[in-house]
Design a protein around this ligand. Sequence first.
Ligand SMILES: *[C@@H]1O[C@H](CO)[C@@H](O)[C@H](O)[C@H]1NC(C)=O
Ligand SMILES: *[C@@H]1O[C@H](CO)[C@@H](O)[C@H](O)[C@H]1NC(C)=O
Ligand SMILES: *[C@@H]1O[C@H](CO)[C@@H](O)[C@H](O)[C@H]1NC(C)=O
Ligand SMILES: *[C@@H]1O[C@H](CO)[C@@H](O)[C@H](O)[C@H]1NC(C)=O
Length: 399
Amino acid sequence: MFMNFRRIRKCQCVQLLTTCLVLCVVMVCWDELDHQVVSHVRSYTYRYLVNSYDFLNSSFSLSSSRHNRREGYYDADGGLENYPYLINHPGKCGGAGGEGRGRDDVLLLLFVKSSPQNFERRQAIRDTWGNESFVWSELGASVRLLFALGVHPDARWRSRMQRALLQEDQNYGDLIQQNFLDTFHNLTSKLVLQFHWGHEYCRQARFFMTADDDIFVHMPNLVKYLRQLLSSQSVAKGLWVGHVHRGSPPIRRKESKYHVPHELYPWPSYPDYTAGAGYVVSGDVAAKIYHATLLLNSSMYIDDVFMGICAEAMGVSPQEHMYFSGEGKTPYHPCIYNHMITSHGHATDVRSLWQAATDPSVSGNSEGLLNNIYCTAVRVSLLCLPYYQKTYPCKAAFT
Ligand SMILES: *[C@@H]1O[C@H](CO)[C@@H](O)[C@H](O)[C@H]1NC(C)=O
Ligand SMILES: *[C@@H]1O[C@H](CO)[C@@H](O)[C@H](O)[C@H]1NC(C)=O
Ligand SMILES: *[C@@H]1O[C@H](CO)[C@@H](O)[C@H](O)[C@H]1NC(C)=O
Ligand SMILES: *[C@@H]1O[C@H](CO)[C@@H](O)[C@H](O)[C@H]1NC(C)=O
């Protein structure tokens, strides 16, 4: 009896100790756990149960005195900043510099977000998927490619860098630069630059795309897709397509690049938005976003999220396309090349991928039942098995 009692006490002791240990571990890892689990649960709950982002309208709208101000004003924090152009090409989309490529029929205005020092990335894009002449001669589509830039953030490098940029622009005439520091936290200014330039100089473009300078765009597939959209007019309106993030929580960990403080965004969940790596909007949506940038506080420095806020305020929602990638890099295989639109993380292999993905034998080989079965099997093995890094969702294998 006495022994039993002591054993129970011992058991309880062990239990207590274990509980303490677990609690300690939880407390030590709380930040991680909070980020991984709690904030996602809260965010998804909000997104899928409440799903009302009406607060964005009022919380982000600028006070009415600011509404009436027109283009070209400055504001230190959050008001629309329209920095002056340092390099510009007003005629690029038509006008005098249109080179007779059908000035009024621009299928796509394509902005690549670049940084002053990324000369090589820009050159690789010009030589491959951004080659306007190739798209015109091989696909018969009129595309305008421009690079959006700020100025080099380091004052010691700036003037040398600027001279090199002017030289580069003399050769290619495709840089658009405004006078803001080209930093991560100024990406929203870069977004505003793109929509304002488009509104001012290229309103006739049917579609507008914005992309990172380390992505790969399968231009033939993209042009084909956009033409399909155009052929059924109803679909080509109100379009915003890309890799959609639904119900993403703001990241509160201070160490993260994407950290957003409570004061800036107190709510548990962002509105839906597409990954900034590359997305397409139709001309009417581009105009709406332009107007939203005039009405809303642009202090949200994550540009994709700011785009989501603008779209939400204008009643536009994004749609998913399985072959627009978010973070991931495409698996290299002809059975993928037939479908892919964008792929992320190609700083160095753009040229080889372009060679492989646009090889005439790739599209030539895609017919026939046997080939279809073979390609589906290959895609299942590349996209659905867990060992491969995710780019496109598993269901993309069955298209
Ligand atoms: C924009 O929002 C930020 C952060 O919420 C705030 O500090 C700033 O004053 C706002 N700017 C304007 C012009 O309303
Ligand atoms: C761009 O495409 C045209 C037409 O296909 C081709 O002649 C030209 O060499 C290409 N330019 C580059 C830099 O590859
Ligand atoms: C953004 O650019 C402006 C203008 O050059 C600069 O004053 C500001 O410090 C930059 N902001 C960040 C966060 O780099
Ligand atoms: C407010 O948001 C809704 C969609 O949530 C939108 O339809 C409406 O036009 C917005 N109003 C203003 C004034 O921005």
